[in-house]
Design a protein around this ligand. Structure first.
Ligand SMILES: [Zn+2]
Ligand SMILES: [Zn+2]
Length: 218
């Protein structure tokens, strides 16, 4: 029997993550990965999530597919772009807060995260790299390509500190740049109307690639 069953992630087995997706479970476990036991479960789930990407696609929910559809329309320039923008802004912002024991878990809206990644075509807004799965092929239609790409979404102001689960508080990043924000090697700075990424070690400024309205707290 797989660990997914024991964690409550499949077969509606009653346990910790009953009714959750693997992604939600991963997001909840991530802050605790400095503890070895959590790291083990996290790594195992991550592995499962990647191995079963195809299956996951079907269980993955209408919201993500909806997000992908609207972003693909947006990129094609089909329909009224302004209306598509509005659609994206109002995709269900369903961030949730869970309490388990004395800990609180924050799970961000999967559809918004997906929309943001698609909007940036999975390129990191800082270093412009992206992560591929082996089935990615350049000649695939863009929506098919998205199934085989990987990126992180970062909340500029963390949900746990009252940050909003809206696109304006999110960045599409590669895992390296994402970690650099969490270690504060990278911080965001605003100069005039431009947003820069400032590296606190090298003192370098890198412009942030921006295709959506990003909000920095004053
Ligand atoms: Zn990057
Ligand atoms: Zn982050």
């Amino acid at each position: 029997m797989s660990i997914l069953h024991f964690l409550g992630l499949v077969d509606s087995h009653k346990h910790f993550f009953e009714g959750w997706s693997i992604d939600e479970a991963l997001a909840a476990l991530k802050p605790y990965t400095h503890e070895e036991a959590y790291l083990l479960i996290y790594s195992y789930l991550l592995d499962k999530a990647q191995t079963y990407q195809e299956d996951r696609e079907s269980e993955y929910g209408v919201a993500e597919l909806d997000a992908r559809y609207w972003v693909s329309q947006y990129l094609k320039g089909a329909d009224d772009p302004e209306q598509i923008e509005t659609r994206l802004e109002y995709l269900p912002a369903s961030s949730q807060e869970f309490k388990y024991g004395t800990s609180r878990y924050y799970v961000s809206s999967p559809s918004l995260k997906e929309a943001l990644k698609c909007k940036y075509d999975f390129y990191c807004q800082v270093c412009h790299t992206r992560i591929y799965r082996p089935k990615w092929v350049r000649t695939l239609p863009i929506k098919e390509q998205w199934k085989h790409l990987n990126a992180d979404v970062h909340h500029i102001e963390p949900l746990s500190q009252g940050g909003s689960d809206l696109l304006e508080n999110m960045l599409c990043l590669c895992p390296n740049c994402h970690r650099r924000f969490h270690t504060q090697e990278h911080i965001l700075k605003k100069a005039q109307s431009h947003i820069f990424v400032f590296n606190q070690i090298t003192k370098d400024h890198v412009p942030l690639t921006i295709k959506h309205a990003v909000r920095l707290r004053a």
